[in-house]
Design a protein around this ligand. Structure first.
Ligand SMILES: NC(=O)c1ccc[n+]([C@@H]2O[C@H](COP(=O)([O-])OP(=O)(O)OC[C@H]3O[C@@H](n4cnc5c(N)ncnc54)[C@H](O)[C@@H]3O)[C@@H](O)[C@H]2O)c1
Length: 387
């Protein structure tokens, strides 16, 4: 008998989960639903999916959830389900995360939350402190770190393949606040995205990923930043264009930018690392490939089957063989696979130190960097990150 490429696969649903948000009226809900189902480790059993009553129930039906376990409000959801679920996924708008996560913590259920964790560093620190002092589980879904090639970059930097890291550049240009429809209609993002908070909305959406990716691949934290923030697009007077330079703790120079006013860029998340022995570039829209520039001038395109690759060649990432591109949903599934391992350890009372998952403390740290960057933009000064 010919086995699947992943070898013998078993249905091993260990995590019963519920959603808050993520209804059919949301941007991200169906991506989470697809991702949790890929490795058959989770079942979606309950939820309050939408604030719209009819969409709430149609979402439950679409996701295959018993209609008696679809709830009209969060209090009813948590009190009815607190002994039935292994985790609640928080997929509601970012400004609601703080309230929702505190509520789930109070109900004693582990939390898996979308980024950005909160709209400011202070609230995120409160959650991080609660997680530590009250032994609560909170893991944050920074999706892009689930790409095998991003994990390969992390490995290449830590193994010294690039030599000394001379500079790191991460960008996330998008076009959603400036691109019109073909009939000329201006962009219409969700109402909560049309407001700036303690940290501007564009930075919560995109800057949180940029800082997370930077610190994830380098294994180092930002020490100081100098930023510029401006408005150019068609959505009220929001900040929509952010650029910064800075330094990691080891002195490595960094450059960062994110914006929603780059016509032609659907989701241009990309990074380049220049080292004394080689350079690596990766683009989210072409995620299966790295571009490697060697010391002798050779330029190579590296995929999952290349001899240099170690992490991305692991069996777990070969859902189908190289040459058949995996993408965003599979990256999400990889992260969910790692979160399930953490959750299993947590439930068994074991410590876990997974290099691929993101704690509340990691997220709070990222938000502190982003606050410092906007403080720098306002004061036109360099700002040291408080830690
Ligand atoms: N990791 C990524 O790549 C990625 C991409 C997009 C969005 N996100 C994050 O996911 C979260 C949701 O973003 P989105 O774009 O899907 O938002 P959205 O506005 O499109 O959807 C929000 C969902 O939450 C529901 N909702 C609103 N208020 C609620 C409440 N009080 N209780 C329960 N449900 C409520 C809505 O009905 C809807 O289903 C945000 O934190 C965002 O930053 C992450």
């Amino acid at each position: 008998m010919r086995m699947s490429y992943l070898g013998k696969r078993e249905v091993n649903i260990t995590m019963k989960v519920g959603f808050i948000g993520g209804g059919l009226d949301s941007a991200i809900g169906s991506a989470h639903f697809a991702a949790i189902n890929i490795d058959r480790k989770y079942s979606l059993d309950a939820g309050m999916f939408s604030i719209d009553e009819s969409i709430n129930f149609s979402s439950g039906e679409f996701y295959g959830v018993d209609k008696n376990r679809v709830y009209a409000n969060i209090s009813d959801f948590l009190s009815a389900e607190q002994n039935n679920l292994d985790a609640v996924l928080v997929l509601s708008p970012t400004p609601l995360h703080f309230e929702h996560i505190n509520h789930i913590f109070d109900a004693g259920i582990p939390v898996i939350s979308e980024k950005a964790l909160c709209t400011n560093g202070k609230d995120a620190e409160v959650l991080a402190r609660r997680a530590t002092s009250e032994n609560k589980f909170l893991s944050v879904t920074f999706t892009y770190t689930g790409y095998p090639m991003v994990r390969e970059i992390k490995r290449m930097i830590s193994d010294g393949i690039l030599g000394d890291v001379l500079s790191v550049h991460v960008e996330m240009p998008q076009e959603s606040f400036i691109r019109s429809s073909t009939s000329g209609t201006k962009p219409q993002p969700q109402a909560w995205r049309q407001l700036d908070y303690e940290i501007p909305s564009v930075t919560l959406d995109l800057g949180s990923h940029v800082i997370n990716l930077l610190e994830f691949i380098t294994g180092n934290q930002v020490a100081r930043v100098s930023g510029i923030a401006s408005h150019a697009g068609d959505v009220s007077a929001l900040v929509d264009n952010v650029l910064a330079i800075g330094e990691l703790h080891n002195g490595t120079p960094i450059s960062l930018n994110w914006n929603k006013v780059s016509l032609g860029k659907r989701n241009g998340l990309a990074c380049t690392i220049y080292g004394s022995n080689g350079s690596i570039s990766w683009e989210q829209e072409n995620p299966e490939y790295l571009r490697y520039g060697a010391k002798d001038g050779a330029i190579q395109i590296i995929d999952r089957s290349h001899a240099m690759v170690k992490v991305a060649a692991e069996r777990r990432y070969q859902r189908f063989k190289v040459g058949h591109p995996a993408g965003y949903i599979e990256a999400f599934a990889n992260l969910y696979h790692d979160i399930a391992e953490d959750l299993t350890s947590f439930k068994a009372g074991r410590k876990f130190d997974n290099p691929y998952t993101h704690s509340a403390a990691d997220s709070a740290d990222g938000l502190r960097v982003l606050e410092a960057l906007h403080e720098s933009a306002a004061k036109k000064e360099w700002i040291e990150i408080r830690r």
